[in-house]
Design a protein around this ligand. Sequence first.
Ligand SMILES: [Zn+2]
Ligand SMILES: [Zn+2]
Length: 176
Amino acid sequence: MNDNSLKLPKFKYHPNVYDKEKVLDAVQFDNNVCQCCGNKTDVYVSTMYCSGEVDCICMECVANGKAAEKYDGEFIQYAEEISDEEKRTELFRRTPGYCSWQGEYWLACCDDYCEYLGDVGYAELKEMNLVSIIEEYKKVEGMDFDNEMLEKGGSLAGYLFRCIHCGKFRLNVDCD
Ligand SMILES: [Zn+2]
Ligand SMILES: [Zn+2]
């Protein structure tokens, strides 16, 4: 985090997006020029799901929807279903994605998207007393693996979400 991040837009569904320790590779910290607004920036996203070539979109152009409009694209690949189309627009077109093997799969709860807290593995979940959500994930998905194999940013990687209404933690897992 640098001083500049105090002025950066905040994202309801992605509260830790500028925290490099918690969220791996969702944003780039580097001097560049936003190809949407032409302003200099030192924090930006470098990917988008769209037909054009995108490598630098500043956080303002993500947050205000200008990049999604200009490139007719989205920042999120998949999400669970919810009923409110406005919320879908906010997530897909005005929220930066996160880095994963097969593309984002944003979890939902209480008919709204969860907030994405960051990349996790067994060690991080154990530290947070959340190992039970690994068991829950395996049960729901009908999968089996050793909990220790789950590694932050690893080939079996965990993604931690929390419901912004009931506070329930949920896990998604992705492998290479
Ligand atoms: Zn911009
Ligand atoms: Zn909930």
